[in-house]
Design a protein around this ligand. Structure first.
Ligand code: FAD
Length: 303
């Protein structure tokens, strides 16, 4: 069956739009990426389940994305189905000290909901631009805290259509790591726990964090945040800076002069430009310090 035929079949099964050859640069914060053969942003759990079942039966490969803020999609695009977990899963509700948020809810809304309810523990999230699902899978973090610290429970839909309720204490949280990475499941909801805290103190901490991000990060350019993980006991940004990589450029991809662990898109950067620049940076850091930098950003798709 051809890809347009698959699109037609999926469209008949669900009420959400199904796109053929959707440009992924529209769905990544780097503004880079070739087309997804089939792109679906499900409006709810039934459509999500229907697409998962269709993928399992047809053997089409499946890729799940959230807000696309930690992704590099190669220029050849992504084969099979890309499922974006977004607005259809964006509900947030507060109940006492717990907050239940859909996998597609934006992190800034989670942080705002916590602040408005007088719940502390979510201040560090201010300025991380992803979705709840992406943040849980990546165990996103900053300023000494990470999302896993606050997770009580995660609800996932497995690729076979099975709904799983996972205990937050058993998700093997690590530095930008969780047991959900590489699992054939979609995060549809997560429950977090905060603690009572004065709203004004929460607000002022969030403002400080946002100010510090604006001062240190090149937020005026498209990027995916930090490209590399910090090696144990060191900072990737410092190693890259001390290896003299700031300002290095391939095409329109440039190692930021403001924050060395950011690669910015000056306009028309391609994934191939970014990957060449990443290779050059890794080589320089290896040459100078003997450290092998590990990627934090996830690379998807084909050349
Ligand atoms: C300016 C900037 C600053 C940033 N600062 C930080 C920071 O301080 N700390 C930090 O940790 N990160 C930071 N990031 C990176 C990024 O925002 C986080 O990693 C975020 O949690 C990714 O969420 P996302 O929804 O964009 O996920 P995506 O980038 O869409 O996906 C990331 C991974 O999660 C998977 N995934 C996404 N959603 C789901 C889901 N619902 N179910 C199953 N799998 C899913 C994807 O398959 C992929 O493997 C920054 C990025 C930018 C652009």
């Amino acid at each position: 069956m051809s890809v347009p035929d698959h699109c037609g079949e999926i469209s008949r099964l669900i009420n959400s739009p199904v796109m053929f050859r959707e440009p992924m640069h529209l769905h990544t914060s780097w503004r880079i990426g070739g087309p997804a053969e089939i792109f679906v942003e499900p409006r709810g759990i039934e459509d999500l389940r229907a697409v998962l079942t269709y993928a399992a039966q047809s053997g089409l490969p499946l890729t799940v994305i959230g807000a696309g803020t930690n992704l590099l999609v190669r220029d050849g695009g992504i084969s099979g189905i890309v499922l974006k977990i977004g607005g259809g899963f964006s509900g947030i509700r507060v109940d006492g000290e717990t907050i239940t948020a859909g996998g597609g809810a934006k992190l800034h809304r989670l942080a705002a909901a916590a602040r408005d309810a007088g719940l502390g523990g979510f201040e560090f999230i201010a300025g991380i631009p992803g979705s709840v699902g992406g943040a849980v899978v990546m165990n996103a973090g900053a300023y000494g805290s990470s999302v896993g610290d606050r997770v009580v429970e995660v609800t996932c839909l497995g690729y076979q259509g099975d709904l799983l309720c996972l205990d937050g204490r058993r998700l093997d949280w690590g530095y930008r790591k969780s047991a959900l990475q590489g699992k054939e499941s979609v995060v549809v909801e997560a429950v977090f726990r905060g603690y009572p805290r004065d709203k004004d103190l929460i607000s002022s901490d969030m403002e400080k964090i946002l100010g510090s991000r604006r001062a240190k990060q090149p937020l005026e350019y498209p990027s995916a945040g930090s490209v590399f993980k910090n090696p144990p006991g060191n900072y990737a940004g410092k190693l890259i800076q001390d290896a003299g990589c700031q300002g290095m450029r391939v095409g329109d991809a440039q190692v930021s002069t403001k924050h060395a662990n950011f690669i910015i898109n000056l306009g028309k950067a391609t994934a191939s430009d970014v990957l060449k620049l990443i290779a050059a940076v890794r080589e320089k850091v290896m040459e100078k310090f003997g450290v092998s930098l590990e990627m934090e950003v996830k690379v998807l798709g084909r050349d």
